[in-house]
Design a protein around this ligand. Structure first.
Ligand code: GDP
Ligand code: MG
Length: 597
């Protein structure tokens, strides 16, 4: 145990975690020349293409330091807020963390939020000043920022470049010298923390764990404490680049477990593994179910694909336990599902995976957060509103509550004014303002989650010219003035276009939605009035003017094959259209509310 080190790499997005992990693997000879590729640990195609880490990954390295053999378990973590729960579990499985800071960008919002998570778990922090090779790097200044933040000595900050390999040996030495070895009880009953799981179509769910006390043996009868289910450990092993089966994984070490579980929902990150026969009395603390933050409808473009969509969603859920869905129906779109996501990035990823991995073309409706409604009849009984149609009739409504977050924004002093105006426009209330240095300011706001779900992140980048980073944590429900805004096309209400909005935004957004829909809905043989309404009251109106000419008319009497081609082209263009009443609506229209301004 004294020669094991468990550590994670934490950083703001793009500061170089995955690249640094690659360099550590190279240096310790953990990958062969043939296995080498960039961002090795981001194994999903989507992760590679987008250059983001979605899942945590663990890998074991062997390293000889001053003649002694060490086992270094590295746990890479996702950086995006949508996946922050995984970060917190990875952190709980380690004794130390490399805090990577970009030498050009300095400290950003997730640098701080991940650092706090690491400090809450009493991790030893090794600050790494990455990207010192960049011409725009400010090593002295950024070192000062780090020293201010951590209260450490400047000599503890390791200058490095994950690109050139500078500082890699120093980092490995620091991991061995500064991070304490694990301290568990070898003789105590098995107690292991599940920090991640992945779905493998051939082997079922692979569970990654850190043994805190005792050991886990191949073939052992085990129990997951929070789900209260028993399994047999069909296979256990360590996580080299490929999995390496072992007879036993001992105290302090990290490994994988295969039990034949086929459904990702049975394996909950944060749960405790123990022996079925001699269980631990103490589960690992802090276990909570991951809650979806954003809800939207997902419908097949072709109504007859509903069953296929269901099958695809079920398969996707087997490997993404944070996706939840229930069947719903819409007058406009037919049968589909109301789905819950961790955030907008998660929504985008699910939609993309449905298309790529399952060849499903889907329509996603306007997302909303989850509201609590109370009626006058039953003012104490909460009604969960995950869908605009769930909102009770306004006349029966006692009150509505919406989820709030604490937003932390770090920006340059020059942009404080812009950031404040944006947050106030988004119904934020400033709760704190701290100068981290003379140049850099940390602002905290209480804000409605609904306001940041949509275009907040992009707007923040624009008003700060890219010099603002953002992080948030939920802080509970607050009373709100919510209304349902409906959209009528050709005087027919299209339920899938309804949105739940704060009353102060309803008129403005209703108007913009009508304008946007006017752009997106193709002209047809007749005028199409577009209206936004709250109840019976029309709040905005636009018209899509009738088409003057038949597009095929110009081919009249001409080449018949050309005419057919034109018709086929039109048909293809219709693939993502939905016929609602006598109006054709393109898919983008259903997400129009996201792309206003
Ligand atoms: P992550 O989001 O923290 O995992 O960051 P990545 O490892 O994906 O790196 C983000 C970007 O920074 C990539 O384009 C890397 O090639 C680049 N990068 C990472 N480390 C360095 C470095 O030391 N120097 C330079 N110049 N670029 C780097
Ligand atoms: Mg990464």
């Amino acid at each position: 145990m004294k020669n094991i080190r468990n550590f994670c790499i934490i950083a703001h997005i793009d500061h170089g975690k995955s690249t640094l992990a690659d360099r550590l693997l190279d240096y310790t000879g953990s990958v062969t020349e043939r296995e080498k590729q960039e961002q090795l640990l981001d194994s999903m195609d989507l992760e590679r293409e987008r250059g983001i880490t979605i899942k945590s990954h663990a890998i074991q390295m062997d390293y000889i330091h001053e003649g002694e053999e060490y086992i270094l378990n590295l746990i890479d973590t996702p950086g995006h807020v949508d996946f922050s729960y995984e970060v917190s579990r990875s952190i709980a499985a380690c004794e130390g963390a490399l805090l990577v800071v970009d030498a050009a960008q300095s400290i950003q919002a997730q640098t701080i939020s991940n650092l706090y998570l690491a400090l809450e778990n009493d991790l030893e922090i090794i600050p790494v000043l990455n990207k010192v090779d960049l011409p725009s790097a400010n090593p002295e200044e950024v070192t000062d920022d780090i020293v201010d933040l951590l209260g450490c000595d400047p000599s503890e900050v390791i200058p490095a470049s994950a690109k050139t390999g500078l500082g890699i040996k120093e980092i490995l030495d620091a991991i061995i010298n500064r991070i304490p070895p694990p301290s568990g009880k070898v003789d105590a009953p098995l107690r292991a923390l599940i920090f991640d799981s992945v779905y493998n179509p051939f082997r079922g769910v692979e569970t990654f764990f850190r043994v805190i006390n005792g050991s886990i043996k191949k073939g052992q009868h085990i129990k997951f404490v929070n789900t209260d289910k028993n399994y047999y450990a069909d296979e256990v092993g360590t996580l080299k680049l490929k999995q390496l089966p072992k007879k036993e994984i001992k105290t302090g070490d990290v490994g994988y477990l295969i039990t034949g579980i086929k459904d990702a929902r049975e394996v909950k990150v944060g749960d405790t593994i123990t022996g079925a026969d001699n269980p631990t009395t103490e589960a690992v603390a802090g276990f909570e179910d991951v809650k979806p933050m954003v809800f939207a409808g997902i419908y097949p473009v072709d109504t007859e694909d509903y069953e296929e969509l269901r099958a695809s969603m079920e398969k996707l859920q087997l490997n993404d336990a944070s996706l939840v869905f229930t069947p719903e129906s819409s007058a406009a779109l037919g049968f589909g599902f109301r789905c819950g996501f961790l955030g907008m990035l998660h929504l985008e990823i699910i939609q993309e995976r449905l298309e790529r991995e399952f060849d499903m073309t889907v329509i996603t409706t306007v997302p909303n957060v989850s509201y609590h409604a109370y009626t006058n009849k039953n003012p104490d009984e909460v009604i969960l509103v995950n869908n605009p149609s769930d909102l009770p009739e306004p006349s029966t409504l006692n009150r509505v509550e919406e989820p709030y977050i604490k937003a932390t924004i770090i920006t340059k002093a020059d942009y404080v004014g812009n950031v404040m105006s944006l947050c106030i426009e988004k119904r934020g209330e400033i709760t704190n303002q701290t100068y981290l240095t003379t140049e850099r300011v940390e602002l905290t706001f209480d804000m409605p989650l609904a306001e940041i779900v949509f275009d907040f992140y992009d707007r923040l980048k624009t008003v700060s010219r890219g010099y603002a980073s953002f992080d948030y944590t939920p802080i509970g429900m607050r009373t709100s003035k919510l209304v349902k805004v409906d959209v009528l096309l050709n005087a027919n209400k299209v339920d899938a276009l309804s949105a739940l909005l704060h009353v102060d935004n309803a008129y403005d957004i209703g108007k913009k939605m009508c304008e946007k829909l006017k752009e997106l809905i193709p002209r047809q043989q007749f005028d199409i009035p577009i209206q936004a309404a709250i109840g019976a009251k029309i709040i905005a109106r636009e018209t899509v003017k009738a088409l003057r000419k038949d597009v095929t008319a110009k081919c009249y009497g001409g080449d018949i094959s050309r005419k057919r081609k034109l018709l086929e082209k039109q048909k293809k263009g219709k693939k993502r259209m939905r016929q609602v009443g006598n109006v054709e609506i393109p898919q983008e229209a259903f997400m129009a509310v996201l792309k206003l301004n």
